[in-house]
Write a protein that binds this ligand. Structure first.
Ligand code: FES
Ligand code: FES
Length: 260
């Protein structure tokens, strides 16, 4: 402070009222240049450089780019690293076939195929399954063009509330893709990771056995798009029931995995 409370004499390191006003005028004169610098700083904040900790690139906690390969098409999303595959499908891509029931890897309602193997989508992080082929119920068929398994579930009265049904159908598809002629015991085992609270197990097992010869009869799967594609796309028809082509079943061998 000035000795008399009004003058410019200040203790060392202080700033006088006159200096303050001079500085303010200078900032005003800089005007838009100062603003531009501020915007540039904001821009730098919006696109942070990759964060490294102990030599490892750290993602998040904010949204980061994630590319998912679903039903033969690529989808580019911005997701928080904590986002599960199930939430990415349901909340970001409107693919609601996989159901959220327990959300803790015990019921199978969220079953999708990851590289041909059944997994619980609620128990995987989307960021961890980038570029691996993911198949969901939406890729199998449509109401007017059902997949053999979907048609067999209807014909065998294999659902009541239907909440568990998409997960069972995906688990059954994984089973039949790996074992085209399963025994009843094989079907029991193949569906053992899924619960049906309505108790329609008998109908579902019959449906899987009924669909097996239809799927083994052969049909061409839709060719996948190049991975460069992105954004929300129309869902593939997949291997739909009304287009069987004898002896041309996709014989791709896929490595079976345990549930995620
Ligand atoms: S919602 Fe139950 S296992 Fe994923
Ligand atoms: S049909 Fe209702 S839970 Fe399976």
């Amino acid at each position: 402070m000035a000795k008399d409370g009004k003058g410019d004499d200040l203790p060392a390191g202080g700033i006088s009222r006159r200096d303050f006003l001079r500085g303010g005028a200078a900032v005003g004169a800089l005007g838009s240049a100062g603003l531009l610098a501020g915007e540039m700083a904001e821009g730098a904040k919006a696109k942070p450089a990759p964060r490294m900790e102990a030599g490892v690139e750290v993602f998040g906690p904010g949204p980061v780019p994630v590319r998912l390969r679903i039903n033969g098409k690529s989808h580019d999303l911005n997701l928080e690293p904590r986002t599960t595959l199930l939430d990415a499908l349901r909340d970001h891509l409107e693919l609601t076939g996989a159901k959220k029931v327990c959300d803790r890897g015990t019921c199978g309602a969220c079953t999708v195929l990851l590289d041909g193997a059944p997994v619980y989508a609620c128990s995987l992080l989307a960021i961890d399954v980038q570029r691996q082929p993911i198949a969901t119920l939406e890729g199998l068929g449509r109401p007017e063009k059902l997949h053999p398994l979907q048609a067999a579930f209807v014909d065998n009265d294999a659902q009541q509330c239907g909440f568990c049904t998409p997960g069972f159908i995906m688990a059954a598809k994984a089973l039949l893709d790996h074992n085209p002629t399963p025994s009843l015991g094989d079907v029991h085992h193949g569906l053992s990771g899924n619960f049906c609270r309505c108790g329609t197990y008998a109908g579902m097992r019959q449906a899987v056995l009924a669909a097996a010869p239809l799927m083994a009869g052969g049909f061409e799967e839709e060719p996948e798009e190049p991975e460069e594609g992105s954004g929300a796309e129309v869902i593939d028809d997949g291997d739909a029931v009304d287009a069987p082509k004898p002896a041309s079943r996709n014989k791709k061998k896929k490595k079976r995995r345990g549930r995620g």
